[in-house]
Design a protein around this ligand. Structure first.
Ligand SMILES: Cc1cc2nc3c(=O)[nH]c(=O)nc-3n(C[C@H](O)[C@H](O)[C@H](O)COP(=O)(O)O)c2cc1C
Length: 209
């Protein structure tokens, strides 16, 4: 039997991506996102138009999509209620966000120089995808406040242990354990992994386990 409901969010489960971008002063910003899907060598990223990441992408057209494994959940959660925007938008203030100019430091993550784009990679992430923006589209209803960013991967770096031996360019699905976000909660290996600050900020129901 199905019930008709109006789901508060439709986050059925997508990989978490740490997007690094360059701020106007050349410093790095880093933001967790999970509204991402992939086609061919490109991906579409759904972003709040008020985010520092969106502003940086519109100005520079470059980023690195760093894919954390589930073991990096603590670092990702430290970034959850932070923004690189010095003026915190009101809707984020209400959720408990604060300005943080040093996201790498706040998360305890290490910047690593990229090869083809300005923003640094996240050394601890097993996958780094250097990307350029092809287009930025309005998304959903007018005034939704969401932007869809169409980004093309120009260079990929993958931790050697994840590669299929003798098959360059193939990643072993059994060895790749992505950090997933389901309904604002963190999952890996199909288990809930860590209390989520994002879920707290969104006033999501508390997990019973
Ligand atoms: C696991 C996780 C997933 C998130 N997914 C998204 C997303 O897909 N799109 C988005 O705009 N914000 C997402 N956020 C919230 C952003 O991280 C937040 O807007 C942040 O302030 C962006 O940082 P910035 O303002 O420095 O760019 C997510 C946060 C977490 C913790």
């Amino acid at each position: 039997m199905h019930r008709t409901v109006r789901p508060r969010v439709l986050y059925f489960g997508t990989p978490v991506v740490l997007v690094s971008t360059a701020n106007g002063d050349g410093s790095a910003n880093l933001a967790p996102v999970s509204s991402v899907w992939w086609v061919g060598q490109s991906c579409m990223v759904g972003l709040d138009e008020t985010s520092r990441t969106t502003e940086n992408l519109a100005r520079t057209g470059e980023c690195v999509l760093n894919l954390p494994s589930s073991g990096l959940v603590t670092a990702v959660d430290r970034l959850a209620l932070l923004t690189g925007s010095p003026v915190v938008p009101e809707h984020k203030q209400r959720k408990g966000y604060r300005y943080e100019p040093d996201k790498f430091g706040a998360a305890g993550l290490t910047p690593l120089a990229s090869e083809t784009v300005g923003p640094p990679r996240v050394a601890e992430c097993p996958v780094h995808l250097e990307a350029v923006v092809d287009r930025m589209h309005p998304f959903a209803e007018e005034d939704s406040g969401v932007i869809a960013v169409d980004a093309r991967i120009v260079r990929a770096h993958v931790e050697e242990d994840l590669l299929v031996p003798d098959r360059p360019g193939h990643i072993d699905a059994d060895r790749w354990d992505p950090l997933l976000m389901k309904f604002c909660e963190f999952y890996g290996d199909s288990r809930n992994l860590h209390p989520s600050r994002l879920a707290r900020g969104w006033d999501m129901p508390l997990r019973r386990t």
